[in-house]
Each structure stands twice: as structure tokens, then as C-alpha cells.
Design a protein around this ligand. Structure first.
Ligand code: DGT
Ligand code: CA
Ligand code: CA
Length: 569
């Protein structure tokens, strides 16, 4: 999605050696630039070289070291020289010159879905268009209508591609929970329907980052072509962007880009490590390797020619003297130091969850839904679940679940788990309509009033502060008062996906203030429900251990005042 990476100079005047992927991206960029400049055969030559470089199963530097660059398909004198220049200096002067000849906006146009360099050239030459904004203006002025090859449908496509890319200056990123269902479907489609042995999702998705730019899938297979055929034939896939020997890039119906790479089993762990990133984490790892006289890349960890590790991630980290680092921590925030000292936290995991503190039913829910929650909870061996039976809505009005649901909750849980009944209130006095409620515990949610109003809430047993979002930007000032309320009440704060929960930054702040986290469990949601996996990812990114999660690690305390004498069976 972002442009070709520019190799950065490493520390102490050293040139950071570009990866094969970086080199290929640069040559592909050269091809695009030449196309825009109207060159005839050269662009295809550079693209061919880029494809070959991408399909190499070893480092370009290694091939160069053996003086065998010319054996790479598509690499002749001119390209060999540029590869050497790139490896030695981190730059290709020819590429830099071409960049100066072409208006930068044209490369942005090239990167829009459905558009290529030849089309960008036509906009430039025929219409004088030099960037996305001018292209948008040209479309609105009807100047494309007269151009050959641009029917109304094509023009509409370009218009929406422009609109999608224009929402902000930064590349289009999506909330991870929005990407989760399709990511899981793609993974399972590969595991079940393609000749793959191992298959994993890498990249920011695996790190549980709040937003995802594109998806990175990794598989091992003896038949890459068949894997690509299966993959690009999936219903979710709208178009194939690029297919090489070991990599395919597709665009999904919703516009999301997915990179699928086939790697050797001996290198699967190294590739998984490399493509999980983050880039900053990888850069630090490379430095550490170099300090130890080793080299790490997407094929393994090497001493000279000898591969010390590559098959599993554990081996890769171990060969550098490190404990395996959970992907959620790989952001270069001190985790490599911790791993070298054996000081990584034992992060909370899915098996640690033991109860649910916050389930909602609504007017459309039926007793069968209550049953489904219970049977899911049983399958997960939860000790209890909590259902909101009444409360104050975000608009200040009060609600109560229908009588038949009440009845089924009363009847429910014969064979466990316990059902806690919960009432949600805002800060301030309890509304008259809810005064008679005697729930097992209370949830506090902000309802327009500030956190200071919580002082007026009677001393009821508030066990959770929920429906508080991190919002955009620095969550600190807005969150702190609510977290103080949670702490003073002995309540946990809910984290997880969506605007009404804390993300990993909010979770980190909560931890730093000693406020326990509560994870929504997504009971009843099915295998594609992102709620629990993403909540866990955020908790783990925040460094949370099992002791810091209110609904993890053993049986939760029984309901407070008003608890009925009912036990799990
Ligand atoms: P995203 O897609 O923007 O949400 O973030 P990531 O982290 O998934 O980044 P992406 O998809 O560009 O690449 C996946 C990982 O692969 C990244 O975290 C580190 C590694 N990687 C990919 N391309 C490069 C590269 O050109 N240089 C370096 N050093 N690492 C790379
Ligand atoms: Ca990615
Ligand atoms: Ca990617």
C-alpha cells in the first residue's frame, strides 16, 4: 500500500543492506517511472528482474558475493551494475534521477487500485494531470469522457479509487476488528482448500495492532502455483495485483490488499518472524545479530554460510540468545532487552479466561440466545457469565430486558455456569426507575456526565467501568478521571475492539494506574467474532499478565449484595 521502501542508512555510517523485497520494490518503481516517461522495452526488463529477485530463495547479497547476479533471470549488465550499486551504497542513482523527472503525484496515481503507469502517462501527456487532485478535477470537468478506453464504468472506478485514497494523506488503514473475519476466512480457506502444510497470518495483524494496512499470509507448500490458483479463486478476491514464483498480491472486494507468500519449510520460522515485524523490531534484531557476528533475514539466522535457525520462530530467537517474544510485544519498546534477560512478562492468554462480566441482550433476543450464551460458556468452562438486565442507555433513558428473558435467566445455568445479573448506571444518583434493582453487581458507564459525578453514585458494588473508548489521539487526559473512579471503586475497566472500549494504549494507562482490565468474551459470537481475540491482543500489547485481568485466572468472587445462593453445578 505504501510506496517502495527507501533503504535507510544504518548507524555509524554503515549502509543497511536492502532486503530482496526492498530491492524488488525499487526495480518495480524504476519500471513504473520508465513507463510514465514513455520508454518502450526497458520497463518490462526491470519488472522481470524485480520478479526474479522476489522469487530468490537466498539473499541478493549472497548471490552478488558469489558473482552470480547474472544468473538471475532478467539480470543483464545494466541491472547487475545497479544491484551492486544498491548493495554497496543503498541507492540507485539512475532511479533517483528518474524520480526527479516525474511529478511525484503521478506515482500516487499509479498506486491507485486499477490504475497503472501507462494510464498515468496518458493523464499526464493528454490532460496535463500531475497528481490525484488534478485527476479528480479532470474527471469532474468531464475531460476523461472523450478519451479512448475510458467508459463510464472505468471512470466511476477511478473516481471511487480517488475517493478511497483521499480520506486522509496517510495510507488507508482499517480497524483490526473489521479485518478479522475475512482474515480468518482466508486462513481457513488456505488450510482446508489448498495444498499447504503450514499457514499463518503475519504482519500487523499478528501483532494485534489497532489498525491494519494490509494482510500478510505465509504458507509452506510443494505446489505454489496451485496455492495461488486456489487463493485468487476465493470469493473474497476482487483482483490479482501481482503473481511471482513465491508471492501473490491480491485485492479483496472491500479494497483490502493481501500478500500471500510461499516459503520453504526450513525458512518458515524466519519468514514468519520477518514478516510479522514490526520493522523497528526487525531492525533492532538485525543489529543484535550483527553484534554477535550473525546475520538474520527472512531465510534464517546465519553464521557465514551456515544456517543456524529458520524452521521455527523459537529457534530464530533462541539462536540470538533470546526467549521467544510474543508478536504483540514486537514494537521495539524494550522487548528485545527483556527477552535477553528472561524478563518478558507472561502475558494473559485465551485459556486464562474464566468468566464474563458484561453481556448484553436486547429487545430482539430470545431465550434461545440465553441458552446459546450458556452453552458457549460451558464449552469454555467459564465459572460465571454476567448479563445486563437493566440500566441507563447512553442517551440517559432507562431500559429493562423483556420478562421472558428474565425468566430464562432465572431458570438458566442448572448445570453451570452461574449467571450474574447486572445493572448499568451512569455517574450520579441511581435513577428512581432502577432504585428497586438488587443486581449481583453494577456496571458504571459514562452517560454524558463527567467522571466527577461518580462521587454521587451510592456505594453499590461496581465491578466494571465499561463503554469508555480510547478515542483518537492521546487518551490520557480524558481517561484518567474514569480510571481513578474505577480504582477507587475497586472496579475493572473494559478493553477491546470498538469505539466503546479501551485499546492497547488505554489498557497500558489503566495498568500503570493499577486498574484491572476486563475482557469482553464474545460469547455467542461464533468463530469469526473478533471480540475476544482482539481484546486479548490489546491486553497483551499492553503487557497484561493474568493477574491484571479481572475475568481471568481462576474463579471470580461470587456476586456481591443481592447474590442468590446459586452455585455452578
Ligand atoms: P501494515 O501492513 O501497515 O499494517 O503493517 P505491517 O507491519 O504488516 O507492515 P507490512 O505489511 O508493510 O510488512 C510486514 C512486515 O514485514 C513488517 O512488519 C516488517 C517486514 N517488512 C516488510 N517489508 C519490509 C521492508 O521493506 N523492510 C523491512 N525491514 N522489513 C519489511
Ligand atoms: Ca501488513
Ligand atoms: Ca504487506
Amino acid at each position: 500500500m505504501s510506496g517502495p521502501p527507501t533503504p535507510k542508512a544504518g548507524g555509524a555510517g554503515a549502509v543497511s543492506v536492502p532486503t530482496n523485497a526492498e530491492a524488488a520494490a525499487l526495480f518495480r518503481e524504476v519500471a513504473d517511472l520508465l513507463d510514465i516517461l514513455g520508454e518502450k522495452f526497458k520497463p518490462e526488463a526491470y519488472r522481470r528482474a524485480a520478479r526474479s529477485i522476489e522469487s530468490l530463495t537466498e539473499d541478493l547479497g549472497k548471490v552478488a558475493g558469489r558473482h552470480e547476479l547474472r544468473s538471475i533471470p532478467g539480470v543483464g549488465d545494466a541491472i547487475e551494475e545497479k544491484i551492486r550499486e544498491l548493495l554497496e551504497t543503498g541507492h540507485i542513482a539512475y532511479r533517483d534521477r528518474l524520480v526527479r523527472e516525474v511529478p511525484p503525484g503521478l506515482l500516487e496515481i499509479v498506486r491507485l487500485p486499477g490504475l497503472g503507469p501507462k494510464t498515468a502517462r496518458r493523464f499526464w501527456v493528454d490532460l496535463g494531470v500531475e497528481g490525484p487532485a488534478e485527476l479528480r478535477a479532470a474527471i469532474e470537468a468531464g475531460r476523461l469522457d472523450a478519451m479512448k478506453g475510458f467508459g463510464p464504468k472505468k471512470i466511476d472506478q477511478i473516481r471511487s479509487a480517488l475517493a478511497a485514497s483521499a480520506t486522509s494523506g496517510v495510507p488507508d488503514r482499517r480497524p483490526i476488528e473489521a479485518v478479522y473475519p475475512v482474515a480468518i476466512r482466508l486462513l481457513h480457506a488456505l488450510r482446508d482448500g489448498a495444498p499447504v502444510d503450514q499457514a499463518e497470518i503475519a504482519g500487523s495483524f499478528r501483532r494485534g495492532r489497532e489498525t491494519v494496512g494490509d494482510l500478510d499470509l505465509l504458507v509452506t507448500s510443494g505446489a505454489p502455483e496451485r496455492v495461488f490458483d486456489v487463493f485468487s479463486g476465493l470469493a473474497e478476491v476482487r483482483e490479482i495485483r501481482l503473481r511471482g514464483g513465491t508471492k501473490e498480491t491480491v485485492i479483496l472486494a472491500g479494497g483490502l490488499q493481501v500478500d500471500l507468500r510461499v516459503v520453504e519449510p526450513e525458512a518458515f520460522g524466519a519468514a514468519l518472524q520477518y514478516f510479522t515485524g514490526s520493522k523497528d523490531h526487525n531492525v533492532r534484531l538485525r543489529t543484535l545479530a550483527r553484534d554477535r557476528g550473525l546475520k538474520i533475514n527472512e531465510y534464517g539466522v546465519f553464521r557465514g554460510e551456515e544456517r543456524l535457525a529458520g524452521r521455527t520462530e523459537e529457534d530464530v530467537y533462541a539462536s540470538l540468545g533470546l526467549a521467544w517474544i510474543p508478536p504483540e510485544l514486537r514494537e521495539d519498546q524494550g522487548e528485545i532487552d527483556d527477552a535477553s534477560k528472561g524478563a518478558l512478562p507472561r502475558l494473559v492468554g485465551p485459556k486464562d479466561l474464566g468468566s464474563d462480566l458484561h453481556l448484553h441482550l436486547d429487545a430482539a433476543s430470545s431465550p434461545a440466545d440465553v441458552e446459546r450464551l450458556l452453552s458457549d460458556a460451558r464449552a469454555r468452562r467459564y465459572a460465571s457469565i454476567a448479563v445486563v438486565v437493566a440500566g441507563v442507555a447512553s442517551d440517559g433513558s432507562t431500559f429493562r430486558i423483556p420478562a421472558d428473558l428474565h425468566a430464562s435467566i432465572e431458570r438458566g445455568a442448572r448445570g453451570g455456569p452461574r449467571i450474574d445479573r447486572v445493572v448499568e448506571v451512569g455517574p450520579g444518583p441511581i435513577p428512581a426507575t432502577l432504585e428497586g434493582e438488587r443486581p449481583d453487581f453494577w456496571i458504571l458507564r459514562p452517560t454524558g456526565k463527567g467522571a466527577e459525578a461518580a462521587a454521587a453514585l451510592p456505594k453499590v458494588d461496581v465491578r466494571l467501568v465499561a463503554h469508555v473508548g480510547s478515542g483518537d489521539g492521546d487518551p490520557g487526559d480524558r481517561l484518567r478521571p474514569w480510571l481513578e473512579v474505577a480504582r477507587s471503586r475497586g472496579a475493572a475497566v473494559e478493553i477491546g475492539p470498538g469505539p466503546e472500549r479501551l485499546d492497547s494504549r488505554g489498557a497500558r494507562l489503566a495498568r500503570s494506574l493499577g486498574v484491572p482490565l476486563a475482557l469482553p468474551t464474545g460469547l455467542g459470537g461464533g468463530p469469526e467474532d473478533p471480540t475476544l481475540p482482539i481484546a486479548l491482543a490489546f491486553a497483551r500489547r499492553a503487557g497484561a499478565t493474568v493477574n491484571e485481568v479481572a475475568n481471568a485466572g481462576g474463579v471470580p468472587p461470587k456476586g456481591g449484595r443481592g447474590a442468590r445462593p446459586r452455585r455452578p453445578g
